[in-house]
Write a protein that binds this ligand. Sequence first.
Ligand code: HEM
Length: 380
Amino acid sequence: MNPTAQRTTTPAGDPAWLVSDYDTVKRLLADPRLGRSHADPDAASRYSESMIFGRPYPVSPTEAADHTRMRRLLAPWFSARRMEVLRSRVQRLADQLLDDLAGGGAPADFHEAVSFPLPALVICEILGVPYADREDFRRWSDDAADMTDQARSFSGLAALWQYMTGLVTTKLDDPGDDVLSALVTAHRADPEDLTLDGVAQLGAALLFAGHETTVAAIDTGVVLLTTHPAQRDALRRDPTLVPDAVEEILRSALPVPLEHTDSGPSHGLARWASADLDVDGITIPAGDLVLLGLQQANDDRWLVGDRPGFDIARRPNPHLTFGHGPRFCLGAPLARLELQVLIGTLLDRFPALALAVPVGQLQPRTTLLTGGVAPLPVTW
Ligand code: HEM
């Protein structure tokens, strides 16, 4: 049997530990000795060249308090009640995008026509960001997520922050009913606790997290359903299966052949150990980088049993795609809402949806942290 924690190499070429069995990944996700900061960030192993999650932050005395405040300020915006209110709006947006897709005729690029615009429109409305600026923030987000080119990632993140700083400044004079305005109000109440720079950085992080990840999940869902036509048809016949199908899409990796070798770099959620850790008898020294293999954990036999492939009837489905513990994804209810509305409507409107190219010709976005596939040519 393989040891629970194995030595590996990150996409940046640095040494790390990889943990990939379900129980250990879940346990370590909630372990406070694993975090995003490091006592000596310049000497630490890097995960990738991206400025987002690629390297640790310096240790800060306010780290825990900042995190608690962030969750307290944001959680109400993603509550179950808010999501219910939002459902009809997301439905209207999805209907409109699918009308436009149909109107343009087949074949079409689903990524461009639907996967990107739906989450982008929704997060723009929630945050109070003009959708007209989408081409700019999309480019900066892609740049920031580049795992191979540090200069590109740095300039993307800097542009995103600068853009947010400008937007947040306008909210000072002209607030709306949106997350950025609420953060500006919190800043006014206690400017030392939450600076305007802090608001802009949080806004940039939300704009990034709020669209890129969900875009990739929608792409994955379309590829999975079109390459499993029997399950696509079963789902169309019985829409009550949509929530389970969405969980299975979230659990599954993009089913596109990747150029992967066993000696290649490992992927996972990057955490740095602030103390020595014992993982099933293996000591991970303080300062080391640990990659929590969410995808491997989702494919663990403990979870999938003897039905390893894509299975929309899987239940229960306790996947770790949104993480676990104190950093569990705040936007999970929103991502679920968007996927459920879209997948449900899509199969109703396009019962014969199919890929317009062989699956092996799709181009996975392997150099980007968030993945996905673009373009995604479909026909119907
Ligand atoms: C399918 C889509 C999504 C996936 C797969 C995803 C995945 C994740 C994961 C794995 C984490 C945990 C990171 C960690 O433990 O270090 C996380 C955190 C987070 N996500 Fe998502 N996410 C998605 C959508 C969203 C959306 C729509 C938003 C809305 C803005 C969002 C906002 C956040 C925030 C703010 C955090 C930080 C939570 C914290 O540090 O306490 N995510 N997400």
